[in-house]
Design a protein around this ligand. Structure first.
Ligand SMILES: Cc1ncc(COP(=O)(O)O)c(C=O)c1O
Length: 430
C-alpha cells in the first residue's frame, strides 16, 4: 500500500514533470500509480484500473510479476552493467541464442539497443551501410507504408507517415517514399512494383507486419505482406519488419511474420521483449548482412551504440519473460483472448462502433461520431475519460479504440471492458 508521503504524487508531478504525448494545458493531471498486480494498476487513492493497453503495448505477463522481479534481482547481485564493446556476458548471449532459435534460420546476428525507436535506427543504418560498404552508392532510398509509425527519434520519425506526431519537423526529416496503405492490397503492391522499376535506387522497405499500430491499428493480411516482401526482395531491396508492437504473441503467433511464407531480411524487436519490465531493442539480421561489415578497414564498422547496450538486468528480464512464454498454459491464455474478442465481434452490432476487427489478441474499431477517422478526432478525450472513470485504461488513437491487454487478463475483466465500451457507444447514440 502507498505510504503517507506518496499521497500527493499527482500534485507534485504537475510542478516538475513534462509527460510524453501529453498536452499539459488540457491534460494537466497524471494518475499516480503506486503499484500493480497482474492486469491491474492501483493509484495513490487506491483506485484499481484494468490495464487494457498493456501500458503502451509492453506488458505481457502482468504487472510486478514476481518471477521477472526475482530474475532481475538475481542478476543485479552478479553484474548490473558492463560496457558491451569488447565485453560480453551470459544473459546477452543466452538471450540472442534463444531469440535466433525462434526466428527463421537465416537470422544469425543480434544487435542490441535501448528501445523500439533505436532498434529501427539501427535497422536503417545497417541497411544503408550494407550497400555503402560494398561500394554501392546508388541504393540510398527507403520505402515505407502510409499510416506507418516507427518511433520518435529523427530517423524513426522520417519513416513515419506524415502526421501530427512529426508535422513540426517535416522539412528536417530525411526523404522516405511512402506507398499506399496495405488495406488496399492492390494499390499498395502496384505502387511498390512501380518503385521497383528503379530498384537500383532503393536500399530498404520497412513495414509493421499485419498491424500498423499507432497509425490506427490498421490491419492487413499475411498474403498481402507476402506479396510485398516477395516484390521487394526479388529486386534486391532489403525488407525490414518492425515487430516492435506485433512481436511476442500479440498476433496469435510468436511473431507476425510467422503468419506468412516470405521472411524479411532485418527484424526490429522491443516492447514485449522483456515482458514489459525494462526497455530494450534488438535489431536482427543475417550473416550475409553482418559479413558486409567485416573488413581490415575500421571505417566499415557499424558505429552505433548506447551506454546501456545489452544491459545484463534487461537481458535477464527478457530471458525470464521467454521462460514464461515457454511455460505450460501460456499459449492457451492467448487463445482465450483471441476467442473472446472473436465472440464479442460476432455478437456486436452497434451504430456507433464501426469496422470491428481483430488480429490475434488485438481488437480494434472506430467510434462513429460524424467526424473524420483521425488522431485529432475530439471524441478521443471523452472516451478516455469515460473508461478511466470506469477503472479501465484504454487510450484511444483519435476515434480508434483498441484493446491490447496483458495475456493474464481474465474473461471477467475482458467482459467488463466490452461492457464499458458498449455503455460509451450507447451514450454516443443516445
Ligand atoms: C511499430 C513500432 N515501432 C517503433 C516504436 C517505437 O518504440 P519506442 O517507443 O520504444 O521507441 C513503436 C512504439 O509504439 C511501435 O509501435
Amino acid at each position: 500500500m502507498p505510504n503517507k508521503l506518496s499521497y500527493n504524487i499527482s500534485k507534485r508531478d504537475e510542478q516538475v514533470i513534462w509527460h510524453p504525448f501529453t498536452q499539459h494545458q488540457i491534460e494537466p493531471h497524471s494518475i499516480a500509480i503506486t503499484h500493480g498486480e497482474g492486469v491491474y494498476l492501483f493509484d495513490e487513492a487506491g483506485k484499481k484500473y484494468i490495464d487494457a493497453i498493456s501500458s503502451w503495448w509492453v506488458n505481457l505477463h502482468g504487472h510486478a510479476h514476481p518471477y521477472l522481479a526475482e530474475k532481475i534481482y538475481e542478476q543485479a547481485l552478479k553484474i548490473e552493467q558492463v560496457i558491451f564493446a569488447g565485453f560480453t556476458h551470459e544473459p546477452a548471449v543466452h538471450l540472442s541464442e534463444r531469440i535466433l532459435g525462434l526466428l527463421p534460420a537465416h537470422f544469425q546476428k543480434v544487435f542490441f539497443s535501448d528501445n523500439g525507436s533505436t532498434a529501427v535506427e539501427v535497422a536503417i543504418k545497417m541497411a544503408l551501410q550494407y550497400f555503402h560498404n560494398q561500394g554501392n552508392t546508388r541504393k540510398r532510398k527507403i520505402i515505407a507504408l502510409a499510416d506507418a509509425y516507427h518511433g520518435d527519434t529523427f530517423g524513426a520519425m522520417s519513416l513515419g507517415a506524415p502526421s501530427a506526431f512529426n508535422a513540426p519537423f517535416q522539412e528536417m526529416l530525411f526523404e522516405v517514399e511512402f506507398i499506399p496503405s496495405p488495406i488496399d492490397p492492390e494499390a499498395c503492391l502496384k505502387a511498390l512494383q512501380e518503385k521497383m522499376l528503379h530498384a537500383e535506387d532503393y536500399a530498404a522497405f520497412i513495414f509493421e507486419p499485419l498491424v500498423q499500430g499507432a497509425g490506427g491499428m490498421v490491419m492487413y493480411s499475411a498474403e498481402t505482406l507476402d506479396s510485398l516482401i516477395a516484390c521487394a526482395q526479388a529486386n534486391q531491396v532489403l525488407c525490414i519488419a518492425d515487430e516492435i508492437m506485433t512481436g511476442f504473441g500479440r498476433t496469435g503467433k510468436f511473431f507476425a511474420i510467422d503468419h506468412g511464407h516470405q521472411k524479411p531480411d532485418i527484424m526490429c524487436l522491443s516492447k514485449g521483449l522483456t515482458g514489459g519490465m525494462l526497455a530494450m531493442g534488438l535489431t536482427i539480421c543475417s550473416d550475409e548482412l553482418f559479413n558486409a561489415f567485416l573488413s581490415a578497414d575500421r571505417h566499415k564498422t557499424l558505429f552505433h551504440s548506447h551506454s546501456f547496450t545489452a544491459n545484463p538486468l534487461t537481458c535477464a528480464a527478457a530471458n525470464a519473460s521467454l521462460d514464461l512464454m515457454e511455460a505450460e498454459g501460456f499459449w492457451e491464455k492467448i487463445e482465450a483472448i483471441i476467442e473472446s474478442h472473436d465472440r464479442w465481434i460476432q455478437q456486436t452490432n452497434h451504430p456507433a462502433l464501426k469496422n470491428l476487427r481483430q488480429t490475434g489478441t488485438i481488437l480494434a474499431f472506430e467510434l462513429e461520431n460524424g467526424e473524420a477517422n483521425d488522431y485529432m478526432n475530439p471524441i478521443r478525450g471523452r472516451a478516455y475519460e469515460h473508461f478511466i472513470k470506469k477503472g479501465v485504461l484504454l487510450r484511444p488513437l483519435g476515434n480508434t479504440i483498441y484493446v491490447l491487454a496483458p495475456y493474464c487478463i481474465s474473461q471477467v475483466d475482458l467482459d467488463y471492458i466490452y461492457t464499458c465500451i458498449q455503455e460509451f457507444a450507447d451514450e454516443l447514440v443516445g
